[in-house]
Unconditional design. Sequence first.
Length: 321
Amino acid sequence: LLMGIYFLYFQFLKAFDYPSPWKGQQQMYKLDIGWPKVPEYFTGQTFCVAVDSLHRLVYVGQRGDNVPKVLVFSEEGYFLHSWNNTVEMPHGIFVLNTATDSSVWITDVGTGKYGHTVKQYSPSGKLMQVLGTPGNAGSSLIPLQFDQPAEVFVEESGDIYVVDGDGGMNNRLLKLSNDYKEIWLTGTNGTGIGQFKIPHSVTVDPFGRVWVADRDNKRIQVFDKVTGEWLGSWSSCFSEDGPYSVRFTANYKYLIVAQLNINRLAILVAPPVGSIGDCIMVNTVQLADETKPHLVDVDMKSGAVYVAEIGAQQVQKYIPL
C-alpha cells in the first residue's frame, strides 16, 4: 500500500512537471543583484510591493516620517516617481489592470485621519475611491468599516477581497461587489475552521478559490470565491513560522509564501482543480538574517518575484531559472 501511495505521488509530480522534493533541491530562483538600480530611494520601511505586469511597473509602499509612501520603479529597476498624498501607513498594495484602465489599491492601517481604509489610486497617485471610514476603526458593513485591513485583491470584474485585519478587532475575509456592497463575509477571531488570527494576505486563483495567509494560526485557508464556503487548509508547512504572504507563480503551478520570522520564501505545490489536499513544499529561498520578508508579489508575465523586506528596508527581485 505504501509503495502504491509513493507511486501515485510521483506520478502526480511528473504529470504536472513538479520537481521531486526527495531528489535534492534544485534552485528555482536567483537574486537580481541589479534591481533596483539605485537602492538609496528606499528611505523607509518597505512593507509591500505590487507589479503592474501590463505596463512593466513596480509599486512599493513604505512607512516612515517624511518619506514618500509610494515609490514607482520600472521593471528594469529605474526609479520613476513617488507620491505621498492621503497615504498614512501602507500595509498591502495591489495593481488592477482592466481592458480600459489601471489602478493601484492600498490598505492603510494608520490610526490618523487616513487610516483603517482601502483606497484606490490612479497610477500617478490621484485618489479615486476610499473604502471604509477614514480614521475610525470598526466592524460595521453599513457604513463599511475596517480595523487595520491587511491586504486587498481585486478581480477584473471589480469584485474585491479584503483580509481585515492586521491585529485589530476584526479577523475576517470580505468579498465586496464592484459597487462596494457585501457579497459574503467569513471569519471571526479563533483557531477553528474558517476562523482567523491575523488574516494577513489574500489571493485568488483561476479555479474559483480564495487563498488566505492565516498568519498567527500558522496556516493557509482556502475558500470558494462564489459562496465563501471553506474548502480546506494547510498547516503542516508552517510549523516553524506562519505564512505572511501568499501569491501564485505566473503559471499557477506554485504558491510563493513569505515567512518573516525565519527569513524565508517557501514554494508550495498549488493543487489543481478539486481537493486542496496536503501542503507540499518543493523549494525554499533562504534570505539573509533579519531581512524579514513581509509581503511579496509576482510579475505574471516574466515570473519574477518581488519581496518587500521590512528588516532590510528594501525590495528584492528574484528571477525564475
